[in-house]
Design a protein around this ligand. Sequence first.
Ligand code: AMP
Length: 412
Amino acid sequence: MERRVRHRFRFDQVCSQMTFRTLDDAPVQGKRVLLRLDLNVPIENGRVSDATRIDRALPTLRDLAAKGARIVVLSHFGRPKNGPDVENSLEPVAAVLAAHLHAPVAFAHDCIGEVAHKAIAALKDGEVLLLENTRFHKGEEKNDPAFVAELAELGDIYVNDAFSAAHRAHASTEGLAHKLPAYAGRGMQAELEALSAALEKPQRPVAAVVGGAKVSSKLDLLGNLSKKVDFLIIGGGMANTFLAAEGKAVGKSLCEKDLLDTARAIVEAARAAKCEIVLPVDVVVAKEFKAHAPSHVVSVDHVGADEMILDLGPKSVARIEELLGVVKTLVWNGPFGAFELQPFDAGTNAVAKVAAGLTDAGKLITVAGGGDTVSALNQAGVGEHFTYISTAGGAFLEWLEGKPLPGVEALK
Ligand code: AMP
């Protein structure tokens, strides 16, 4: 779960409608709080190479510490197969967490049993303890009631601040919420408020950008969004399949020919739901899939047999810009073109900058997420200007697909 909240836009109205309890409601003074974080940080040569997830956990840790909670942190780490192994130990993360928190963080070599109980008994109000990787026990991923019960013995209150793990019904992400009084941490709260403002109770009209490589990986997402948004702006490689479904020649472009009927069905369903599908009208084409390959702009009716579509053309960008001036909320997943290869990032960059400007001006709520989307928007330099950017990956995408997230449902 990685995210950033723009304070220019306040989610107050949404907050009052949320159906889960937050730290504002949690009586934590002197209590043992089992805090589920996502500390699954990348480690290279024994060192944490990206501490974003640690930094995102700080508001909740500080809030709980200031209120005098005895904080017991639970997290998974990596994908251990057969019980404990050094490679998947959370121990190196404790020191990094302490450095970022500017406070000591104790570590216990097991997340249940005597080792955990002893370490917790030594905690004073406001102190932090990190327990070893929950996935060292098979009961974690199986959500085994016996393992849940052993975890529950360790605490009085459960706080979940791991939105990025909320699509998994595991013991520490879901099971525990049924055993102890359960609350959303600050990161989880911010994520849920942003997602709610984007699709559940959005200011209308709402537009969604769905870009990226393939239709096949985003079928559920397209189906769900077409029921919820007023405009579905399709870009990237997947737009080629929709253009081909309209009978247009797409040359050597990435195109899923076996999904033309599926694309037509999506268009039909969107029409029935009164959602307007917006496809490119012109595109940038090249003969090679590489940076700085010679390229030119053509109408979508004139793509050559030996050409491939790699980005939006200027008329398409202008049309989307005009649309963004009309809508009040924008949800974004997937780039408009092969953004890793210059200059085929131009369409994504141009639309992203317009969306960022409207956000800064208080005219548009912009919520974006999904792996490549985060890098594409950061590359466009707008990372700080969107209302909210989620890097929760799988959990964010499942939410866009309209699937209930077990870790969130359990908090309700
Ligand atoms: P996704 O992970 O589905 O969001 O897809 C992101 C990937 O789609 C990026 O690696 C882009 O380079 C790629 N992509 C976007 N547009 C195109 C295109 N027109 N042709 C080929 N690849 C594309």
